[in-house]
Ligand binder design. Structure first.
Ligand code: A3P
Length: 324
């Protein structure tokens, strides 16, 4: 994706310098095409918009941060590689964090110490991920003819808030000031969080899933948690790789659910220590596996906070139903 010539980099830097800024969660975010971003991720977003073309065999995992991305990456990888004869993909899953085997397209150039990593060089079929909102995806990804499949995972916005607060507070970078839960909450309700507002993010993908059901699948974290076996079967069908009778009989579905479960992934040596670094931000691997439960926000938020987020959620749910 990178490798843009100097002129292009200057152009991106100029656009970024003109974007609205707001302080949020101890750092400055900038608004681009209606959503808030870390400024140092924006050139990657623009580069993807201008240079990235999907292929018919691509699978794009999309989400707002802290909505279950890590889990979905593991599931898609396991589903996709389940018939591989060799043990390589199993070893990859055992020895790496899911963010290491499925790249986030807008950050691809940042993964390996800023070296240029071209998404074009990856062999097909590519399993990729993004937090970019639907309306800002590269045109080819929104085109029905492209054949690319997009799987989106959404999550209750209250639980996303609590998950995000712990995650971003615990993984603050050097120039980032500490921020209280209350401060973070106000910004979240204003929609000013990385890739926020989350309700617009979810709504856009939900609408796309209604308009383009063959190409966009909308999953809910809570439903996947309640019945992961059914969720994995639906996912396999959507990806064009349904389970055969034989596979179902020998328990392949249950095995995938097990090796991608919270407890299993959390307890892998590969996830017990180490960090993932993207530009200025560094996240510890264990931070991706905090509690993994539905409704954790009840423990951490006041009744008033819950009510405010419920109101925002209801507004979104109204939009969900009125656009169906
Ligand atoms: P909590 O902070 O509520 O525990 P993301 O992967 O998008 O960053 O989302 C992280 C959230 O998903 C965290 O939520 C994390 O614990 C949870 N999670 C990670 N792996 C999971 C898994 N295999 N199953 C269910 N939840 C998982």
């Amino acid at each position: 994706v990178r490798g843009a010539d100097e002129k292009t980099e200057e152009k991106y830097a100029h656009i970024i310098s003109t974007l609205p800024k707001k302080k949020s969660w101890g750092q400055e975010l900038q608004r681009y095409q209606g959503f808030w971003y870390y400024p140092f991720f924006l050139d990657g977003v623009m580069s993807v918009q201008h240079n990235f073309k999907v292929r018919p065999s691509d699978v794009l995992i999309a989400s707002s941060p802290k909505s279950g991305t890590t889990w979905l990456k593991a599931l898609v990888f396991a589903l996709h590689n389940r018939n591989a004869d060799d043990q390589t993909s199993k070893q990859v899953m055992q020895s790496s964090n899911p963010h290491e085997y499925i790249l986030q397209i807008e950050l691809a150039h940042l993964y390996t110490n800023n070296s240029i990593l071209s998404l074009d060089a990856l062999p097909s079929p590519r399993l990729l991920a993004t937090h970019i909102p639907y309306s800002s995806l590269p045109e080819s990804a929104r085109d029905d003819e492209s054949g690319c499949r997009i799987v989106y995972i959404s999550r209750d916005i209250k639980d996303v808030f609590v998950s995000s607060w712990y995650f971003f507070n615990d993984n603050r970078h050097d120039s980032q000031e500490p921020f209280s839960l209350e401060e973070a909450f106000e910004s979240y309700c204003d929609g000013v969080t990385p890739y926020g507002p989350i309700w617009d993010h979810q709504l856009e993908y939900w609408k796309a899933s209604i308009e383009r059901p063959q190409s966009v699948m909308f999953l809910r974290y809570e439903e996947m948690m309640e019945d992961p076996v059914n969720g994995v079967k639906m996912l396999a069908e959507f990806l064009g790789r349904p389970f055969s009778m034989e596979e179902a009989e020998v328990g392949v579905v249950e095995e995938i659910v097990k090796v991608c479960s919270f407890e299993y992934l959390k307890n892998l040596e590969a996830n017990k220590e180490g960090e993932l670094q993207f530009a200025k931000v560094k996240f510890t691997k264990p931070a991706f596996f905090r509690r993994g439960v539905v409704g954790d926000s009840k423990r951490c938020l006041t009744p008033e906070m819950i009510e405010r987020l419920n109101l925002l959620n209801d507004r979104m749910t109204c939009s969900f139903s009125s656009s169906s």
